[in-house]
Structures are given as structure tokens and as C-alpha cells.
Design a protein around this ligand. Structure first.
Ligand SMILES: Cc1cc2nc3c(=O)[nH]c(=O)nc-3n(C[C@H](O)[C@H](O)[C@H](O)COP(=O)(O)O)c2cc1C
Length: 421
């Protein structure tokens, strides 16, 4: 439906109109939990990290994993959006804008995926029952959300989006993938409801679409409103690409300015999310360094149960093209983009933007390097070592940008607030 003819294929360096926002080019840094936050607020290291990405040429960078409420956090230090951190958010967005890039806030609610702290009472999810993700912190049971819960969470997403606007963000990305609360509705692996929010793919996306519609109504004139969805979950009992198509169609009708196409679930299918296996050695190393047995255990357990898989560049391409063919709204390709050729292929496939996580952790100035012709390919070797550093107090980093690399974005400044950057 939306595949361009050769004449009209844009260059990934061309600007792109994304709702009320114009991006200087079509390269977006994916939301990738930087872990550079302390006591629920951004740090100076986070500001440096995104400043470096912006200076490196991306059109837009994404501040990952900002919870819409304290109970919506997965990890104790994770930022949650509230008035008192507005100056920290401003420091972050000002730094990115000064380098000419836009910045999106990925807003999320963990639902029952709370791995880093004990929550009082049962955590909310689409359905009640056992909560495997809560094993280590005693969050063993989850409860099915009722209408009042849904109204409250919808209002929290709206307030978070308004706060993001007040904090200077240009876009919000509502996280509907990877096993967080809104995905717990979309995925048949976690949604066993038999009301209008369960059963068919249309029903399962009803609540996430309600959230998106409310956010779009509240801030959509001023901010681009994106959603990150799964093209599929990976396991055969999970959401299929046919479900992904329905999800995309419903979110298009709900008014999304663009969808970021991802896949996989944190507990069941990280191999699908990353198109490759977790890095056990690095996980064990981080465990020894930090004594964070919980995080390490979770990641090791996920690594041990995962299917063996060989990395392929653009590993979501077949799935994402099916979604491209079924909807008209802008779509961002994500998953194994490493080279300028990959980005151009995504444009030729009819995608509007390309989103990268690991390649930009390895080479934050990759877009500038592509533009100058100095590099055509990222040096990322898909080792997935970076993923282990979500649990390191220094924050997420590429393992090849080590502690002695003066350019690395370590959280050495972690004890300073974003305001002091
Ligand atoms: C260290 C790390 C942390 C991540 N954290 C998040 C996150 O907070 N939110 C999210 O939506 N995806 C997260 N992801 C997934 C990425 O956004 C992306 O979907 C995935 O890495 C595939 O893209 P890539 O092949 O360009 O790396 C993370 C990825 C990495 C490597």
C-alpha cells in the first residue's frame, strides 16, 4: 500500500514531518534503558549521553523508560514523571536541542513486570494469576485491572505526556511492546480476559488504544505521539504478525503519528527482541561487579531458556513489511539496523524513519559518519554486552567503550543531578 516508487524514495538524511514536529533527518536513537537515573530522576550522565547522540547527528533521540507513576516503575532508580523533576527534564531536553536534535520521552508502565522492588499488594495487569517476573521480589500474584484502574492509568499517561511537554520534549513514545503493562493487554501470553478487553486482537488492543487516544487529544497538537509495538512476540503462543497488523490498524485509527515496530518480550523472548542471544559472560561480570543478584539472575534465567539464534541484519524486516503493507500511517523500522545500506533499504521498503539502539551505543556519531562518508557500517558486533549494563551503577554502555575510554558516557557523574550537567 505504502511502498514508494523508486523516484520518491527519500534519503534517510532528508527531514521528516512527524505530526507537529519536523525531524532534521530520519535517524532515531531507540529508547534503550540508559540506567542513568538515581532516586527516580535523570542524572548528569543521562544528559551527557543524549547530548553526545544529538551531536553525533541523529534526528531524534529517545529518553527511555520513563514511568508514568511510582508504581509503574520496574526498577527502583528508574525515573518516574512528576513535577519535582521538571528542571532535570529541562536540562536534558535543552542539551539535546542545543545540538539541533529532537528528543522523545518513552513513557511506560510496568504493570506486573516489576523486577527490582517489592510492591505492596498485587500488581496490576491484564489478567490475574501468577506473576513469574515478580518471583525474586515477592510480587508473586497479579490482579486483573478493572474499569477504575484503566481510567486511572489512562489519566497517568496523559499527565506524563503533559509533563514531558512541560519538560521540553518534542515527542512521546507510548511503550506498548516488550511485556510492559500495555503489552500485557495486547499479548495473548498475558491477556486471558473474556470481556471487551480480551479475546480477539481488536479487543486486546482496546485499552492501549484508549490510552493513545487520550494522550493524542491532550498533547497531540504540540507533541508527536508515537507508540512502540511488537510486530510479533516470538513464541508460537504469543502475538503473531496478524495480531501486529490489527494492533497497527487500531492505533492508526486512534491517531498515532508514527509507530515504532519492535518485537519480543522481556521474560519469554529476548532472543526475538534482539535477534540474537544474551551475553552470559558479560552478565556474570556485571553480577560480580555489583552484587546485583536479582538483575543478574533474571537475565541469566532469560538467557538460559532462550532459543539459539544467529544475528541477521534487519531481522524484523519480513514482519515489518507486512505491517507496512496494511496501514498508511508513518512507520519506523527497528531491529538490526547497522549500516547506511540498511537504512536505505528501510526507506525503499516504505518506512519513514529508522530506529537504532545498539549501533548507536557503539558509535554515537554514526549518523555524522554516514553523512561524511567516513563510515558505512557500525562497529557493533551484536555481542549484547551493553544489555548487561542496564544493571550496572555506571549505566548502560557499549563494552568496547570501556572504563578508560575518555569518550564513554559512564555515569561517573551519577551522584549529580541532571541540573548540574
Ligand atoms: C541496553 C539496551 C537497553 C534497552 N532498553 C530498552 C528500553 O528501555 N525500552 C525499549 O523500548 N527498548 C529497549 N531496548 C530495546 C531497543 O530499543 C531495541 O528495540 C533493540 O535493541 C533492537 O534494536 P537494535 O537492533 O537497533 O539494537 C534496549 C536495548 C538495549 C541494547
Amino acid at each position: 500500500m505504502n511502498t514508494p516508487d523508486t523516484q520518491s524514495i527519500p534519503s534517510p538524511f532528508e527531514p521528516f514531518n512527524l505530526g507537529p514536529l519536523t525531524l532534521r533527518n530520519r535517524f532515531i536513537k531507540s529508547g534503550a534503558n540508559e540506567a542513568m537515573c538515581l532516586d527516580g530522576r535523570p542524572t548528569a550522565a543521562l544528559v551527557n549521553h543524549h547530548r553526545e547522540l544529538a551531536a553525533g547527528g541523529v534526528g531524534m533521540t529517545t529518553a527511555a523508560y520513563l514511568a508514568v507513576s511510582a508504581i509503574g516503575r520496574t526498577l527502583p532508580n528508574q525515573t518516574w514523571l512528576r513535577d519535582e523533576i521538571l528542571p532535570d527534564l529541562r536540562a536534558l531536553t535543552d542539551a539535546v536541542h542545543a545540538e539541533g536534535a529532537a528528543i522523545s520521552a518513552q513513557i511506560t508502565h510496568g504493570g506486573s513486570f516489576v523486577t527490582g522492588m517489592h510492591a505492596k499488594g498485587r500488581l496490576m495487569s491484564a489478567s490475574s494469576g501468577l506473576n513469574p517476573a515478580g518471583l525474586m521480589k515477592g510480587n508473586l500474584l497479579q490482579r486483573k485491572m478493572n474499569e477504575a484502574d484503566m481510567a486511572q492509568v489512562t489519566a497517568e499517561f496523559v499527565e506524563a505526556a503533559k509533563l514531558a511537554r512541560a519538560g521540553g520534549f518534542d515527542a512521546v513514545e507510548i511503550h506498548m511492546g516488550h511485556g510492559y503493562l500495555l503489552n500485557q493487554f495486547i499479548s495473548p501470553m498475558s491477556n486471558r480476559r473474556n470481556d471487551e478487553y480480551g479475546g480477539s486482537a481488536e479487543n486486546r488492543v482496546r485499552f492501549p488504544a484508549r490510552v493513545l487516544r487520550a494522550v493524542r487529544e491532550a498533547v497531540g497538537e504540540d507533541l508527536a505521539v508515537l507508540a512502540k509495538i511488537n510486530v510479533a512476540d516470538g513464541p508460537s503462543r504469543g502475538a503473531t504478525v496478524e495480531d501486529g497488523i490489527v494492533t497497527a490498524q487500531v492505533l492508526q485509527d486512534a491517531g498515532a503519528h508514527m509507530l515504532v515496530l519492535s518485537g519480543g518480550r522481556n521474560v519469554e523472548s529476548t532472543w526475538f527482541m534482539f535477534g540474537s542471544n544474551m551475553n552470559r559472560e558479560e552478565i556474570i561480570k556485571v553480577m560480580k561487579l555489583t552484587g546485583d543478584r536479582l538483575g543478574a539472575f533474571m537475565m541469566k534465567a532469560a538467557a538460559a531458556s532462550e532459543r539459539k539464534i544467529d544475528f541477521r541484519e534487519m531481522y524484523f524486516r519480513e514482519y515489518s513489511r507486512k505491517i507496512r503493507a496494511a496501514v498508511d500511517l508513518p512507520l519506523a523500522y527497528l531491529g538490526g539496523v547497522k549500516s547506511l545500506d540498511n537504512a536505505e533499504t528501510a526507506m525503499a521498503d516504505g518506512f519513514d524513519c529508522v530506529v537504532m539502539a545498539r549501533a548507536l551505543l557503539r558509535d554515537p556519531d554514526l549518523v555524522a559518519q554516514f553523512r561524511s562518508g567516513a563510515m558505512r557500517e557500525s562497529r557493533c558486533d551484536n555481542c549484547n554486552g551493553c544489555v548487561a549494563y542496564i544493571y550496572h551503577p555506571d549505566g548502560t554502555r557499549c563494552v568496547y567503550r570501556g572504563a578508560n575510554d575518555p569518550q564513554a558516557n559512564r555515569i561517573y557523574a551519577s551522584l549529580h543531578s541532571a541540573r548540574s550537567s
